[in-house]
Design a protein around this ligand. Structure first.
Ligand code: SF4
Length: 422
């Protein structure tokens, strides 16, 4: 569904030009990130926000928890935010006695189901309406219905009460604008506006690479991000928040805190994989990836699935625990064809595979086979001998080795390349 809508949404716009411009803007930010972080912090502070910098996940969790504690908050409503998933904020706040309520419908569904999001834009995409109906009936004690309109109304009435009684709202941000200190938040449900304006305290958590230079640059991403993500011309809601509520203003939070998280980004920026930080989390690469589409987000077992997620997770968490994820890609290149900011995903995935070999992280059996293959292909006579042997034993191999493996290999030719008359 996302793919066909995206194709429709991009059919009548100069997508290639927009991609070049968006990629250039993101690269400009990455090349001068410390300066842009300072500039954003300066303007956000001048607009009335309090900016905190967190070196890692623990520092971000602690600063958010302390802000809530200092203000005596108990109940927190949240808008969808992958950064808070990355730092496992909900678990931390709940362990510290806070009542945390996700308010994006998909996030709310996975929260009451006790699950994790399976897609960065559509967290409950793995559930059908009957499963959601059963879940609501069990957890919210409402009559069973599988009508999406009825289910949405139920969630809306439950969440409205939560918004009105919350002490604080926590959100992420899609972009942070350096020259104005503004946060830009794209949503389709309006919950983002409730989270960021109804409670008297708003905390926004975002990673440092989300910064873009100017509001003019934002205009490009306003057109590009929704089209790449869901095929929408525009998101239903776009909130641009510049500081806290000023005297005489009727709307807005009274106290705004912005937590800028590094969590390994500065390190990534110094290395060969820095272009992954251009990513604007549109999820287009997930939606076209044949592996993601077959196995779904939960199978990856990490916060960021899909082609982008494999690269980012390997860098954020280190390759030791996550390197098997690198195989969850066919390297077909579909992800790169759709990426609106030209993240060279295949290049990055291939580099990760090379690094895994260099660091001897592949299984011993694979290394042994590849070493033998390397020796054989480096010596013409040995290679010919191997060809003859494999042809001779092919019928036997066919009987003893798993059909799944053998069927994927080409049958040895009766006359090999070297024996042909050209
Ligand atoms: S890598 Fe590109 S396509 Fe994938 S989520 Fe990021 S911006 Fe979107």
């Amino acid at each position: 569904m996302f793919i066909s809508k995206r194709n429709e949404g991009l059919a009548c716009v100069p997508f290639e030009t927009w991609r070049d411009q968006a990629s250039a803007i993101r690269l400009e930010v990455l090349n001068n990130l410390p300066g842009y972080v300072d500039k954003f912090s300066f303007h956000a502070t001048r607009a009335g926000a309090v900016v905190h910098r967190a070196h890692d996940a623990q520092a971000a969790r602690e600063v958010i928890c302390q802000i809530l504690k200092d203000r005596g908050a108990r109940k927190v409503v949240k808008a969808k935010s992958m950064i808070t998933e990355e730092i496992q904020l909900n678990e931390y706040l709940e362990d510290n006695g806070f009542h945390v309520v996700e308010t994006d419908l998909g996030e709310y569904i996975v929260q009451i189901a006790g699950e994790k999001p399976s897609h960065i834009l559509a967290p409950a995409i793995h559930k059908n309406r009957r499963q959601v109906g059963e879940l609501f009936s069990e957890k919210l004690s409402v009559p069973y219905s599988d009508d999406p309109a009825v289910l949405t109304k139920i969630a809306r009435s439950v969440l409205r009460e939560e918004f009105l009684t919350a002490d604080a709202g926590i959100s992420g941000a899609n972009f942070a604008v350096a020259d104005s200190g503004s946060l830009a938040i794209f949503t389709n449900e309006g919950n983002g506006r409730m989270v960021t304006t109804l409670p008297r305290l708003h905390i926004a958590a975002l990673s440092i690479e989300k910064i873009i230079p100017t509001l003019k640059d934002l205009a490009l991403f306003v057109r590009l991000l929704p089209r790449s993500a869901t095929g929408q011309v525009l998101s239903s809601y776009l909130s641009i928040i510049t500081g806290s509520r000023k005297q005489g203003e009727p709307l807005g939070t009274r106290e705004l805190h912005i937590v800028l998280l590094d969590n390994g980004r500065s390190e990534i920026l110094r290395g060969e994989y820095r272009e992954i930080l251009k990513c604007i989390r549109c999820s287009a690469c997930f939606n076209v990836c044949p592996v993601y589409r077959s196995i779904g987000g939960h199978a990856y077992g990490v916060t960021y699935p899909g082609p982008m997620g494999i690269v980012l997770t390997s860098l954020l968490e280190g390759m030791v625990g996550t390197h098997p994820l690198i195989d969850a890609s066919t390297l077909c290149g579909a992800c790169m064809e759709v990426c609106p900011v030209r993240v060279p995903l295949v290049k990055l995935l291939t580099k990760l595979r090379e690094e895994r070999v260099d660091r001897r992280m592949t299984p011993l059996s694979e290394r042994a086979v590849m070493t033998m293959y390397g020796i054989a292909t480096g010596n013409r006579r040995l290679f010919s001998l191997g060809q003859r042997i494999s042809k001779m034993f092919w019928p036997t191999l066919n009987k003893i080795v798993s059909k799944g493996i053998i069927n994927r290999l080409p049958k040895p030719a009766s006359r090999n390349f070297g024996q042909r008359d050209i």
